[in-house]
Design a protein around this ligand. Sequence first.
Ligand code: ZN
Length: 460
Amino acid sequence: MKSTSNSKRNVTLGGAAILGVALALSWFRVGPPPTVTITPELPGIGRSTPVAVQVDSGQRGLSRITVELVQGERAELLAERQHQPRPFWAFWGPRTTTDELVLAVGSETVEQLVEGEATLRVSADRASTWLRSPPPVVQELVLPVRLTPPAIQVTSSQTYVAQGGSETVVYKVGPSAVRDGVRVGEHWFPGYPLPGAESDERFALFGVPHDLDDTSEVRLVAIDDIGNELAVRFIDKFTPKPLRTDTINLSERFMERVVPQILARSPQVKDQGDLLATYLTINRDLRRANAQALADLSAGSAPRFLWNQPFLQLPNTQSMASFADRRTYVFDGQDVDQQDHLGFDLASVRKAPVLSANRGKVVLAEYFGIYGNTVVVDHGYGLMTLYAHLSSIEAQLGKDVERGESLGRTGETGLAGGDHLHFSIILHGLQVNPLEWWDRRWIEHRLVRKLGSALVIENP
Ligand SMILES: [Zn+2]
């Protein structure tokens, strides 16, 4: 009997201890306060500002997270997350201890947003117990709200551009603009301050891609530091110039000559183990890589006109292929590829001297993929000329060259069917029609009349 009463007492004591622990847990075992960080990607709220919200809590886990945007009396719920924390008596089991929300905050997502200031308010609840439920941790961030894009005023007139051609626009932008220029689809032509102008005028040289047959995508753009953007149409006249088509018959002999040479000089190209397959890799992938490298090169172009005369066409040459030919490549009676030829092929005698089309600076002088031995001359403001398939290079990287100065000799390196010069004009990475730049009248009308004293052409 005695032992029974003892064990009864032990059970009672044990029960009291468990109850004590449970009471202690249910009082003290709220999770630690969560930490909240709010990181906007832009210095304010405009059209759409990406904001990252990071919430961390240890041990028992997060419960509810809300993100609100507060302006005056109005609080708009932008996001809400509900997590299931562990019960206060559980020491294991699933829980969420960190969470990240990425929101787009701006006039595109929040109705009735007004200019001024707005507060981003994040509330994070931690796990509670049935006796204690501490208030949520609230973190706030005040940001300016601006919804008006920079103004644009076009000050030049008669913007006439042809498909594949180039043109100039002169304009002013409002003081909030941090980036301006001409956007044509995926191409960007940056604006520059107009040298010598008394006012705050800016200008951009731009081109219309050879395969774009209308100007609906051509816009003059000004953007502020929080992404407010104005994009206006400004083309007065557009001249379509449809692509010509051409057929290139690929012979085994031709590929046997060009493929091993290009492979040996272009470590990034893999031998496909088959002559035609390797040729096609070169014609597609290496061509694309070379185009990208030329676009990258234009980023380093001098912000001034290095030239002051019309561009020079290589004298005594016959044009074998002109700008914007859509070439279908045929092998063994089968169409195997299609590429656009975006330069002039000029032929005279073998190893003829190649002359710089204008004054500028040599920014590339090396073996350059499909173009073989190549020289690229920068003429400033994103305008460059390219001289390809050379048998020898005389130009030196980084050196200034005069118009008519020899850069090397014609040849047939790279993807060339015979001795000739491939000549391209590149404007901010886009290959444009050289015929315009060879034409003194075109330069007078499209550039000089708009740019005034910023561009003076010698011997008019
Ligand atoms: Zn060519």
